[in-house]
Design a protein around this ligand. Structure first.
Ligand code: ADP
Ligand code: MG
Length: 416
């Protein structure tokens, strides 16, 4: 049983597609093409809203946006992934709650920029993307970031800087501002209560590096991430499982963490993770209160996961890359047993990958479906991918889709 591949377009293909869609829809040429990557998180899951650490890489899979400024305050938008046709929204009418569906992510970015005092007017935009939708690989942040760098460029806002030939952004501080505005768009306009990891990865990552993101102060460090140099590869498995209760469960986990922090008298669970005494005192204190058993497990996931991010960064820094495998395994167990956000498809993917020789594997993203990652020997990629596909077949699950992830560049202009 061979696994289906998720293709990653190069800039020429992405640019060609989106220019064609723009011309066919608006009967004109765009002012330019911009693109932004999806992301996969190596470790540090459900830590971002706890002021914790995360370690994503930007995927080679990107969302492409062809844009042209208009002289009025109308936004017209079309996406190859949305068959419903052209949407039209007036920016003066665009307030939280007023724009439904996918348009909220695009219009939300313009709204957030205007809220921050930037003079952003109407535009026409065509979108096309090879980032799988709703697969935990952050197509939503890729969409926001592609529009954010386009508007920054077209309006001369000076926040995004450039991406240098090595794939490094030149202005991290400006990009941190743009990322925060994209978070506002997603939280307030699209109504999705996500943390900031996805937008940071799409805008602030560097090619060939993982992005160590400190969600307490928003600072980042680029950690060299070159698996090929170690004879290894990162396999991403999109389980194609979508669970309807995701938003409610996510909100519940977040609320449990906030409640635990409140009872412990700390600003966020990061304070517990950093406590020189360890987390034992906090778990003991929580165990004595109502819902103690559940809160203990939720907090234990967060504190141990933050420690695993630090350990994985140390492994990368010291060149002991295979050590990452055991940390990934431990992360999955914690997410499955303590945080309870895994699901059958993710567990099947992770177990099949390990049984086929992966050094480690874990779910990635928020959970309840979405994607898993496996650290594998470079020569084992096809074998592990096919073994996961065969396991899905044996469990009567629809075929998964796979990709090999290397750390790509962040959002920027796409020259074609
Ligand atoms: P993920 O970010 O993990 O892919 P989300 O549920 O956060 O999943 O975001 C998916 C949503 O983002 C889609 O339902 C759609 O509204 C919007 N979206 C993402 N990419 C596109 C695209 N290329 N065209 C139109 N809408 C998109
Ligand atoms: Mg998303």
């Amino acid at each position: 049983m061979s696994a289906v591949r998720i293709p990653a377009w190069d800039a020429a293909e992405g640019g060609r597609r989106v220019r064609r869609l723009f011309a066919a829809t608006f009967d004109a040429a765009p002012d330019g093409v911009w693109s932004a990557p999806g992301r996969v998180n190596l470790i540090g899951e459900h830590t971002d809203y706890n002021g914790g650490l995360a370690l994503p890489i930007a995927l080679p899979h990107r969302t492409y946006a062809a844009l042209a400024r208009r002289g009025d305050d109308v936004v017209r938008l079309v996406s190859a992934q949305e068959p419903s046709g052209v949407r039209e929204v007036r920016l003066s009418d665009a307030v939280p709650g007023a724009v439904g569906g996918w348009a909220a992510y695009v219009v939300g970015v313009a709204w957030a920029l205007r809220e921050a005092g930037h003079d952003v007017g109407g535009f026409d935009v065509a979108i096309d993307s090879c980032v799988p939708f709703g697969a935990g690989l952050s197509s939503s942040a890729a969409l926001e970031a592609s529009v954010a760098v386009a508007l920054d460029d077209l309006h001369g806002l000076g926040l995004a800087g450039r991406v240098d030939p090595a794939g490094a952004p030149t202005d991290d501080a400006g990009r941190a501002v743009l990322a925060a505005l994209c978070v506002r768009a997603e939280n307030e306009m699209a109504g999705a209560p996500t943390g900031g990891m996805d937008q940071a990865a799409s805008l602030r990552a560097r090619a060939g590096h993982a992005l160590l993101l400190d969600c307490r102060d928003g600072s980042v460090r680029h950690v060299p991430f070159d698996l090929a140099a170690h004879g290894l590869a990162l396999l991403v498995v999109d389980t194609r499982a979508e669970h309807s209760h995701v938003d409610g469960e996510y909100a519940q986990r977040r609320a449990a963490c906030e409640e635990a922090a409140r009872r412990l008298g700390v600003a966020s669970l990061r304070d517990v993770a950093d406590d020189p005494r360890g987390d034992g005192w906090a778990l003991e204190a929580l165990a004595a209160g109502p819902d103690g058993e559940v809160l203990v497990r939720r907090v234990r996931h967060v504190t141990s996961e933050i420690a695993r991010v630090t350990a994985l960064v140390a492994a990368l820094d010291s060149g002991d890359v295979p050590a990452a495998g055991a940390l990934m395994d431990a992360s999955h167990a914690s997410l499955r047993d303590d945080y309870e956000v895994s699901c059958r498809e993710l567990d099947v993917a992770v177990e099949a990958a390990r049984a086929a020789g992966a050094l480690g594997a874990r779910m990635t993203g928020g959970g309840f479906g979405g994607s898993a990652i496996a650290l594998v020997a470079a020569g084992d990629v096809d074998h592990v991918a096919d073994a996961v596909a065969a396991a899905f077949d044996a469990h009567d699950l629809p075929a998964p889709a796979v990709a090999v992830a290397v750390a790509g560049p962040p959002a920027g202009t796409t020259e074609v």
